[in-house]
Ligand binder design. Structure first.
Ligand code: DGL
Length: 262
């Protein structure tokens, strides 16, 4: 596989575009392929078996397009399918993601950290192991956010319904004294402006998009797969309504682009 081959990135929907942004910022020379599994969103309420099947199918598609590496731009998919994908594709560099518990535990001053994530991520063995490893000295309060991903998929980033839903999820965390909130789902960075209106200035919001881009850089470098020269425009697929994704791309990706059906 040549170093100028593209990097394949996917999520249950458009949330992973928040990660794609960070990859483009850190690695402007890389050509990018993106799959939104919007016909099967939300992953957060699906079984691990179902998510694993979807992840294999999408990985096969990205490999057929010539991907040299894979980024699971989805915390829920990483928790459910990351290990299986690594086992199935031992020669494929794979970068997954997980809620930023370690940096949050280091950053909190109140000693109370809140995690906003999907039900699937918070229920996973991978997340339990993450807490065991990095959160023994802090109190971590988890908050599943059913319904939020669907609102973001629908393009409602700051409407009254989204605000009320988010307020209901965040208020109990603030009441418990959280001063650090982990955005443990790649959809949530898109509602960061709304979230900032709901929390005091003293509360820090932490997400992992930039760390994932750095990790991708490290892993490509170690496989001698960093691209040389100019990148091609990103290519997009959706298993949902491609027209709906095409319409949100200018707002969430910053460019217009064609979206193909997966
Ligand atoms: N964006 C995904 C994540 O990071 C999950 C959203 C969903 O529930 O589909 O966890």
């Amino acid at each position: 596989m040549g170093s100028n081959a593209p990097v394949g990135v996917f999520d249950s929907g458009i949330g992973g575009l928040s990660v794609l942004h960070e990859i483009r910022r850190a690695l402007p020379g890389e050509s990018l392929l993106y799959v939104a599994d919007s016909g099967h969103v939300p992953y957060g309420e699906k079984s691990p078996e179902y998510i694993r099947e979807r992840c294999v199918l999408i990985t096969e598609h990205l490999l057929a397009q010539g991907a040299k590496a894979l980024v699971l731009a989805c915390n829920t998919a990483t928790a459910a399918a990351g290990a299986e994908l690594r086992e199935r594709y031992p020669n494929l560099p794979i970068v997954g993601m997980e809620p930023a518990v370690k940096p949050a535990a280091a950053a909190t001053r109140s000693g109370v950290v809140g995690v906003l994530a999907t039900t699937g991520t918070l229920k996973s063995a991978k997340f339990a192991a993450l807490l065991d490893r990095f959160a023994s000295d802090v109190r971590v309060i988890t908050q599943p956010c059913p319904g939020l991903v669907e609102r973001i998929e629908a393009g409602d980033l700051d409407g009254e319904g989204t605000r009320a839903l988010l307020q209901g999820y965040v208020a109990p965390l603030l009441d418990e004294g959280c001063d650090t909130l982990i955005l443990g789902c790649t959809h949530y960075p898109f509602i960061k402006p709304l979230l900032l209106t709901l929390v005091p200035e003293s509360v820090s919001l932490i997400d992992t998009g930039a760390a994932v881009a750095k990790q991708l850089q490290r892993i490509l470098n170690s496989h001698c797969l960093l691209a040389e020269g100019a990148s091609r425009p990103a290519e997009f697929w959706s298993s949902g309504d491609p027209e709906q994704m095409r319409q949100v791309l200018p707002r969430l990706w910053g460019e217009t682009a064609a979206v193909r059906v997966l």
